[in-house]
Design a protein around this ligand. Structure first.
Ligand code: FES
Length: 148
């Protein structure tokens, strides 16, 4: 996909966010904010018996990068199991967005991944320690349905 198409995709997910809102009875959820700007993001997930994501919602305010990143991530999460989610890295998020990001914008882009890890921490790491973020990812971050 070209740079222009990635930019278009970001704006599309910002203007028409997928999976925005709340679930009735989420199995896990978390909220966190970007310390640089104060924008916060909330993520809720529902898992099936095999601990696969069957539904996910996000809510919050923020810039186009943070909102598009959250929207793209929720689309990519559906159908993934905890093992695949554990291997998601910052690199997967930046590849999904597909445009160069300054360090400040990177914080915006990674807010959704940080909140996801917080939400799943009790399931991924029973002792409460966060999963490592620098191991290579083998999880496939497919682009969202309906994207350009
Ligand atoms: Fe606040 Fe990007 S400026 S999340």
């Amino acid at each position: 996909m070209s740079y222009d198409l990635y930019q278009e995709q970001i704006m599309d997910h910002y203007r028409k966010p997928r999976n925005k809102g709340h679930l009735d009875q989420p199995d896990c959820k978390a909220k966190d904010s970007n310390p640089l700007c104060g924008d916060s993001l909330e993520l809720e997930l529902k898992l099936d018996g095999d601990r696969k994501v069957i539904d996910v919602r996000f809510d919050g305010e923020g810039c186009a990068i943070s909102q598009a990143s959250a929207s793209l991530l929720t689309v990519a999460l559906k159908g993934k199991n905890l093992d695949q989610i554990r291997r998601l890295t910052a690199d997967d998020i930046t590849k999904m967005l597909g445009i160069p990001l300054s360090p400040v914008r990177l914080k915006c882009a990674l807010l959704s991944l940080d909140v996801l890890r917080l939400a799943l921490r009790p399931l991924l790491e029973p002792n409460g320690s966060p999963p490592t973020s620098d191991e290579p990812s083998s999880a496939s971050m497919e682009q969202g349905a309906g994207s350009a």
